[in-house]
Design a protein around this ligand. Sequence first.
Ligand code: ADP
Ligand code: MG
Length: 252
Amino acid sequence: MENQPEEIVRLEQVTYSYNNIPAIKDINLSINRGDFLAIIGPNGSGKTTLLKIIVGLLKPNQGRVWLFGLPLDKFNQWFRLGYIQQKATYFDPVFPISVEEVVGSNLQAIRKEKALTRSQIKDRVHEALRIVSLEKEIKKLIKELSGGQQQRVLIARALATEPEILLLDEPTEGVDALTQERFYDLLGQLNQEKNLTIVLVTHDYVIVNKHVKQVACLNQKLIYHGKHSEFCQSTVVQELLKGGHHFVSHRH
Ligand code: ADP
Ligand code: MG
């Protein structure tokens, strides 16, 4: 018998406006444990806003949100969500912060809540860097790393808190194609091997399709949400393609 999927994010009729202008409208969305969901849509379609609602940085004007089965006002276990914000890799080029410090920085924040000892923090940092294959760089300064390595440092920082869901906002902006592909392979591996739930926001649909299982297509409203395979054949995609959007699938 198949297990019932565990719903870890639920949005019902969520609307959010900036200065009375809606950025997202009437969003119904359900994300289950083990999903690898790509949220795609053109610039200004509300992708970042939607992600900020899910991670609690913005409160919806209308509608309701549940996280791990709890309504938003009862939920406080934020360490269960890992969030990498848009343009997160733009580290201050001058500030001399090390890889070790960056990866540990989130753990300091949750330390009180989960009562991590210093040696536990150290272990978590090492383990996170092992996962992203940057153990040898632990003592280096962030500015000494390549763009792709810096990106993996951010993943390590998010993983160090051992989240159950990882949400990434356009994480590969400004990174070359090969580095992007390796990065998506790493996400695919985390999803497969650790059953980590992944929500990836992007306007570039071309490269993610190897690992993505579900697709949500946003344009202020959610215009599509379903399996990746069905997305490619859907009339929504046909319409988007007619409209000049380049949602090309390389899978078929
Ligand atoms: P995306 O991430 O898909 O590019 P955003 O969620 O960033 O879209 O933005 C959706 C809409 O909300 C856009 O029209 C944008 O101009 C507007 N918006 C985003 N952030 C703000 C803000 N802080 N103040 C006012 N308007 C905003
Ligand atoms: Mg955005």
